[in-house]
Design a protein around this ligand. Sequence first.
Ligand SMILES: *Cc1c(COP(=O)(O)O)cnc(C)c1O
Length: 370
Amino acid sequence: MDALIPFLDLRIGNAELRTEIDSAVARVLESGWYILGPEVDNFEAEFAGYCQATHCVGVANGLDALHLALKAMGVGPGDEVIVPSNTYIATWLAVSQCGATPVPVEPDESTYNIDPELIEAAITSRTKVILPVHLYGQPADLDPILTIARKHGLRVLEDAAQAHGARYKGRRIGGHGDAVAWSFYPGKNLGALGDGGAVTTNDPQIADRLRVLRNYGSRVKYVNEERGYNSRLDPLQAAVLRVKLSHLDAWNARRTVLAQVYLDGLRGTGLVLPHVPDWAEPVWHLFVVRHARRDELQRALTDAGIGSLIHYPIPPHRQTAYADACFPADAFPLASRLAEEVLSLPIGPQMGIGQAQTVVAAITRTVPTL
Ligand SMILES: *Cc1c(COP(=O)(O)O)cnc(C)c1O
């Protein structure tokens, strides 16, 4: 049976914008530019403006945005990059792709984002970059991270793949750190109709290096100054993203309304609810609750026709992909515990308030039985 309330149905939002998307696609078709070109330039300028950053460089996906941004910062073999223990594995893989080592730091238990108080203990003479993630659309606590980075001569790259439009202390994510990596994977708050990514930065040297790296290490056609990559944002996706960007704030506002229904309706049910510090304006990419009997709760929701997902069921340090790091069995207990307890409820700009109320009612019924 299809869920009565799906976790997320991207077709509804794309149908809502069908006319605008059709004409954007037609514009690319008729332009004769199918790699980079004016559509990508225009999206980059518009997204940089939206993020209050001076530069934006479009790339093929979010993982490449992270990887190429680290390369542009000079990260290479032998270097260390501080990453959250509690994140999607892409954050770590980008570091590994540079030949560098991800050094995990546990989250703050109330925000699930990297705990700035634990960062200094993880810094060594090899550390080059601190890589906080704005997980679930909740901004990480950037000021103490930037202060630590300045004190130790490190760079800050933010993973903002889940945080399009979020604000930290009133200012949009996108221009706080040395560079900020974005994903436009279809399910993100700003999502394409396929893969896409970008890096925003106020550093002209990082932007310049990224433009070379994404395009075969070339500035002038057939002149290759370094061994680069083919990682360009597709102009068709850029055209779709320009349409979506013009609706991003309105769509994030709809998510905020739903999050408030959840926060009000689920208070006192015994679930651990998201905590929003007073300096944070999240964009609710995910609405994540916690319960010790998470699997039973998820089963009950499934039986009630309500979709839910787990972000993420296996933390990076427990993945076979990182078996060679030989982390001890009891390493990163908080990330491990979160993986057992978190549950993401349905949320998205096209979900109705009545649907959120149905989810609240189902949870209110279920939790006392767990
Ligand atoms: C989605 C995501 C990425 C990777 O983005 P892709 O476009 O899928 O490569 C990286 N980090 C986080 C936190 C993400 O959620």
